[in-house]
Design a protein around this ligand. Sequence first.
Ligand SMILES: [Fe+2]
Length: 193
Amino acid sequence: MRAILRGLSARSGEGVSEVLARLSEQDLGTEAQRTPEPCNLPVLAHLPHCIGEVMLLDPALAAAIAAVDGDLKWMQSPTYSDRILGEGFSANYGWAEIIGPNGFFAGDDMLLGLLMLGPDRHYPDHYHPAPELYWPLTSESFWSRDGKPFVVKAPGETVWHPSMALHATITNATPLLAVWCWTRDTATPARLK
Ligand SMILES: [Fe+2]
């Protein structure tokens, strides 16, 4: 969390201040820390490559992510399947909470964690009440909001999705590792368009 806080505090993209404000309201003290029930997913095969890329962007954050490898509960949305999202999607997608019911800190109607998407994937349009920040840490990824054309984001840029905004993500030849955050209204899961 220290590495994430430091990295986000150095950024000024849309929504970053809302994330930092909500983080300041969370109990992230040692007393509040719990141990997630670890669960690994096939997408983690891409984690070593991603950590190598994060080393170039933010070595302290790369080290911190490597340090919790094996301790996180990686999950997938129960309504997602290869039938809906394309063959191999399930093996190339997953997210884990650092703050949230399954994370190191319970959080107060806030989720923050890591998301991974394998190479050559299209996570199609979806939406949710929670406003969302993505902070992609790896090489070029492509993001669409409100059905508009995809725009490229370099490592370390941020992406903001207001409440209920449609959004989608594409990867090319390299996998994506991103910090991800829902700032409020976390009870309602994402729905595909
Ligand atoms: Fe989202």
